[in-house]
Ligand binder design. Structure first.
Ligand SMILES: [Mg+2]
Length: 397
């Protein structure tokens, strides 16, 4: 299935280098990074995406491409979220060009752990570093001819897909859920809440009625409630069978969040309050969060794997989250999740691309029977459609 000759050649080069000297490690025979490209692109959504933390009407993302001296190219996607991480398309491009590319030119792209640490001095620029790490893992797959899920030590597991519903009127959300069931067999739904208690409860009730008792429903308030409001809201919603509540109130209110966790029968999932390993450790050990949203776009594969281990050690759940990823970011997330049983066994937010008006890849992802199946192609398993990239890139190159 995989081009074994390429693996053997790579292994032979590796052995040869090890034989040169075990004390002064030589890397002359290795692949080298020659440039790192950051391409800003904008694709309109079919309708505005509304959350308690902000409104978006188009994906303003950046495609990161790592080029090598052998012509192989790895890809990753960064999604800007000014109101969550303080990053913009322009800042992601600048971070790649000004700091990350110079730090990695000439390095061996296979050394993903080493390269992640080599750029760890750069604070805050989560999705710039995350996309770069994914591009390096994609490249690793292309060098070896293996899909990323296999290189991460996993098997090809389908992942159940969660549809994130519009935060509109109750009937609108219910109709969207019904359509997702009918068209794609989706059986897991995330409902955005956090604007008004009455409308939030009405939306949950309508969605539950639309999708039936067996479907999974969880809610995301994006810090839209205060802790006391969250206790009231979630107490009212509990009868509709919620699996989780994501970011009910600001994590900075440590005592409020712990009090909330003690008063509701629903586990709290940390998302934007846990964008790094250190933040996740704080949230999980503080006793408030009992689940983590794993977003590979902000923690790459390297730090995401550490998050899964941390959560596993503390008995917390891990679900794939979406930063409104296009099919590039979604393919990466799917490949990562498929590799880890504790992630693949949970529903993942893997079809946000349904709100995009177009897609950048030649081999589009399709949700069938409520699941996505990872590709057997090397790396993250998708290829860029250059004509479409040319159309949607905004840097006029
Ligand atoms: Mg969230």
């Amino acid at each position: 299935m995989f081009p074994v000759h390429r693996i053997k050649n790579w292994a032979r080069a590796h052995d040869a280098n090890c034989l040169v000297s075990s004390t002064s490690f030589q890397q002359e025979n290795f692949l080298k990074i020659t440039s790192i490209e950051a391409v800003p692109f904008t694709i309109p959504y079919q309708h505005p995406i509304v959350a308690a933390s902000g409104v978006l009407d188009s994906a303003e993302h950046v495609l990161v491409r790592v080029h090598t001296d052998e012509g192989l190219v790895g890809i990753g996607e960064a999604a800007s979220r000014s109101f969550v991480y303080g990053e913009s398309q322009a800042s992601i491009v600048a971070a790649i060009r000004q700091w990350l590319e110079p730090a990695l030119i000439g390095a061996d792209p296979m050394a993903v752990e080493d390269l992640y640490e080599r750029t760890s001095w750069l604070v805050a620029n989560n999705t710039a570093r995350g996309a770069l790490d994914i591009a390096l893992h994609d490249l690793r797959g292309k060098v070896t001819g293996m899909p990323s899920w296999l290189l991460l030590g996993g098997v090809k597991r389908p992942v159940r897909v969660t549809r994130i519903l519009t935060m509109g009127e109750a009937q609108e959300a219910a109709d969207e859920a019904r359509q997702a069931v009918a068209e794609s067999g989706i059986s897991s739904f995330k409902v955005k809440v956090g604007t008004g208690l009455r409308s939030d409860v009405a939306r949950i009730a309508a969605v539950r009625e639309a999708v039936g008792e067996e479907a999974t429903i969880y809610v995301d308030a994006n810090h839209g409630w205060r802790a006391e409001e969250a206790i009231l809201a979630l107490t009212s919603m509990a009868e509709y069978g919620l699996d989780l509540v994501e970011e009910p109130c600001p994590a900075s209110d440590t005592i409020g969040r712990q009090r909330l966790a003690q008063h509701i029968p629903i586990s709290i999932m940390a998302d934007e309050s846990a964008p790094t390993l250190a933040d996740a450790a704080r949230e999980l050990t503080a006793g408030s969060a009992r689940a983590l949203s794993i977003k590979t776009t902000r923690t790459g594969f390297t730090e995401s794997a550490r998050l899964v281990s941390l959560a596993g050690a503390l008995g917390a759940r891990t679900l794939l989250g979406s930063q409104a990823d296009s099919m590039v970011g979604t393919a990466a997330s799917l490949a990562f999740g498929s590799a880890f049983p504790q992630v693949a066994s949970e529903p993942g937010e893997l079809d946000y691309f349904n709100v995009f008006t177009d897609h950048l890849v030649t081999n589009e992802l399709v949700v069938q029977n409520g699941v996505l199946i990872p590709s057997e192609l090397p790396g993250i398993g998708v290829e860029i459609d250059e004509d479409k990239l040319c159309h949607y890139r905004i840097d006029n190159r």
